[in-house]
Design a binder for this molecule. Structure first.
Ligand code: GLN
Length: 454
């Protein structure tokens, strides 16, 4: 049914870069056979899933939205994909994204943008707009995204879906094509909070192949979602972050935010206001740290090892000239912009002023979170300042595009988990998102509070 739905609507939505129908049907048949045999399978066995194209899948294209990886077929599965396959989830295909996950709209994909199913003239968010659009358009019941600065939560908000960025180290990064290694996390994109909890428990937990993977087991997430659904939040302190509301936020988005807060109060939670004074520098720090790490991570795309190789049109074919020709042809404008920003921020003479200062700000933001979580069990804000904007509206203005991430970035800088749940339709009739943040390793709180809002 989902493959039929993809065939019917993906020409308009363009959520998928690759549909793996044969693979998905084979897994589904295998699950049916095992069930018929009386085997007890994972609760999600047989439930199809779409995977963001930045996650490597054995035998299936994995381009990360870039021309430089066109034609590359990975010889291995990411850990999270191994876990999906082992549990019997048919993989429907790979979803569209901004090139190397750089962007907030999917317009930086080298394969054309995706469309928001609520209004095809609008962006589905980014970088994981393909995964969110696939779930919102009923092309897939579940999807995987990655979130370095908001790429799961912001697409969730603008498509009316649920998106979770787990605690840093909570889901293995083995097999993720790295954007910024100290910020990247993979997580669920679904239509309900309980679905996200089920998927998070499946893909999360320790992996010895990721040196930053948290050794202890995940907290009980499904149980927390079930408990939250009962609607009793008495004893819970909810902190509204002063710096993540007000100027720049669309009135309708703020109105839905305050209505969701009222629901939490009605469920027995106590709402307090908390201040995180350094959050106003988070965006600036992120847009130095991310390009710095990305410029280093992308150095491996040299025309020798993976995907595209372009030889210089004339003159000698030296290694350096092949690299220059390949990277010149294979990377898009946004990727080049960030490589230049990153190498500049890291270069001798500038390192202390840019990268060094940004790292100090990162520490201050972590301290803000520590202070705030001493006053509240969870922190909340609108997920994104506005609903989905029109395709093309911010494409020529990188700063306007970056400003979309203002509420999501602090969590990545501190490694704490966050969820976006729908908070209803804004005054323009488009979905708005409610963000919940919890302390590191307390991802269960996201599910308890998120489920109470459904
Ligand atoms: N929009 C952010 C950026 O462009 C988010 C990226 C992400 O989370 N992958 O960096």
């Amino acid at each position: 049914a989902h493959l039929d739905r993809i065939a019917a609507v993906d020409g308009d939505v363009h959520a998928f870069l690759h549909v793996s129908a044969d693979d998905a049907l084979a897994t589904a048949a295998d699950v049916d056979a095992r069930r018929a045999n009386g085997e007890v399978l994972h609760p999600l066995a047989g439930v199809p899933i779409a995977v963001k194209d930045v996650v490597v899948t054995k035998g299936m294209p994995s381009t990360a939205g870039s021309k430089i990886l066109e034609g590359w077929i990975p010889p291995y599965d990411a850990t999270l994909v191994e876990r999906l396959r082992a549990a019997g989830l048919p993989i429907l295909g790979k979803t569209n994204m901004d090139e190397f996950a750089m962007g907030s709209s999917t317009e930086h994909s080298a394969y054309g943008n995706s469309h928001n199913p609520w209004d095809l003239e609008r962006i589905p968010g980014g970088s994981g707009g393909g995964s969110a659009a696939a779930v919102a358009a009923f092309e897939a019941p579940l999807a995987i995204g990655t979130d370095t600065g908001g790429s799961i939560r912001q697409p969730g908000a603008v498509t009316g879906t649920v998106g979770v960025k787990p605690t840093y180290g909570g889901v293995s990064r083995y097999g993720l094509i790295a954007l910024a290694s100290s910020l990247d996390q993979a997580g669920p994109v679904t239509r309900t909070v309980l679905d996200s909890a089920l998927l998070h428990e499946l893909i999360g937990g320790h992996d010895p192949r990721d040196s930053t993977s948290i050794p202890e087991p995940l907290p009980p997430l499904v149980e927390a979602a079930r408990q939250g659904a009962l609607g009793d939040l008495s004893g819970l302190r909810v902190g509204v972050v002063t710096q993540l509301q007000g100027e720049g936020y669309q009135p309708g988005v703020l109105a839905r935010f305050h209505e969701s807060l009222e629901l939490l109060t009605k469920a027995g939670a106590e709402v307090v206001e908390v201040s995180c004074p350094h959050f106003e520098y988070a965006l600036a720090a992120y847009y130095l740290i991310l390009p710095a790490e990305a410029s280093s991570n992308l150095a491996k795309f040299d025309g020798m090892r993976f995907g595209l190789r372009v030889e210089p049109e004339d003159g000698p074919v030296t290694a350096e000239r092949v690299m220059a020709a390949t990277r010149g042809a294979g990377f898009g404008d946004e990727v080049k912009r960030r490589i230049i920003l990153g190498t500049y921020a890291l270069s001798a003479g500038y390192y202390d002023a840019y990268y060094g200062s940004a790292q100090k700000v990162r520490t201050l933001i972590q301290r803000d979170f520590a202070d705030a979580f001493a006053q509240a069990d969870v922190l909340v804000s609108p997920t994104a300042p506005t609903t989905a904007f029109k395709l093309g509206e911010k494409l020529d203005d990188p700063l306007a595009m970056y400003l979309n991430d203002v509420a999501t970035i602090p969590a990545n800088l501190a490694g704490v988990p966050g969820i976006s749940v729908p908070s209803g339709l804004s005054d323009d009739g488009l979905p708005a998102g409610f963000q919940i943040l919890a302390p590191a390793k307390a991802d269960d709180r996201l599910y308890r509070v998120g489920a109470a809002l459904e």
